[in-house]
Ligand binder design. Structure first.
Ligand SMILES: CC(C)(COP(=O)(O)OP(=O)(O)OC[C@H]1O[C@@H](n2cnc3c(N)ncnc32)[C@H](O)[C@@H]1OP(=O)(O)O)[C@@H](O)C(=O)NCCC(=O)NCCS
Length: 143
C-alpha cells in the first residue's frame, strides 16, 4: 500500500534513510519539515504496516523534482521503488504536472537504472555536483 507521509512517519523514514548511505541524508527533523511543506509530497510504501521505502518530491507550476528515494536494504530488488515511482508519477500527472526531473549521482547504477526503467532519460551532467569528481546526471521526462 502506498500512502502520503504524515508527521508521525518522520522517525520511520529517517531510519530507512540512515540505512542507505546513497540516499539524500535527511534526518528526522528534515522529514518533519519536508512533510509540512505545501509543495512537498512523500510517498510511503507500507508492507506489514511498516514503511519499507519512500519517494520524496516537490512540485509547483506544472513542474516536479524528485528529491529523495530509498528502500530498506532488506526489501530492495522487490519492485518497491518502481511501484513508488510509477504511483508518484501517476499522482502528479493527475495534479497537472507535465515535467519531472531529478539529479542522481552518475555512479549510482541502481538508481539510474530505476529511473530509466520508468522512462526518464539523461538530459545532462553536472560536474562535481556532489563534491570533487562526484558528478551528477540530470534526468527527466515529460508526463
Ligand atoms: C535505488 C533503490 C531506491 C532501488 O530500490 P528497489 O526497490 O530495490 O528497486 P526496484 O526493485 O523497484 O528495481 C527497479 C529497477 O531498478 C534497477 N535496480 C534496482 N536495484 C538495482 C541494483 N542493485 N543494480 C542495478 N540495477 C538496479 C533495475 O533496473 C530494476 O529493475 P529490474 O528489477 O527489472 O532489473 C534502492 O537500491 C536504494 O534505496 N538505494 C539507496 C538510495 C538511493 O540510491 N536513492 C536514489 C538517490 S537519487
Amino acid at each position: 500500500m502506498i500512502l502520503l507521509a504524515r508527521s508521525c512517519h518522520a522517525a520511520a523514514l529517517a531510519e530507512i534513510e540512515a540505512l542507505q548511505p546513497l540516499a539524500a541524508g535527511w534526518k528526522k527533523e528534515g522529514f518533519e519539515s519536508e512533510i509540512l511543506q505545501a509543495c512537498a509530497q512523500i510517498y510511503c510504501f507500507f508492507k506489514d504496516h511498516q514503511i519499507v521505502g519512500f519517494l520524496a518530491l516537490r512540485s509547483a507550476g506544472g513542474f516536479a523534482e524528485i528529491l529523495n528515494v530509498a528502500v530498506a536494504p532488506a526489501k530492495t530488488k522487490q519492485g518497491i521503488a518502481s511501484s513508488l515511482l510509477s504511483h508518484a508519477l501517476a499522482c502528479i500527472k493527475e495534479q497537472n504536472v507535465t515535467q519531472v526531473s531529478l539529479e542522481v549521482a552518475k555512479d549510482n547504477q541502481a538508481a539510474v537504472a530505476l529511473y530509466q526503467k520508468a522512462g526518464l532519460v539523461i538530459l545532462g551532467e553536472r560536474k562535481d555536483f556532489y563534491g570533487p569528481a562526484k558528478h551528477a546526471f540530470i534526468m527527466g521526462k515529460n508526463l
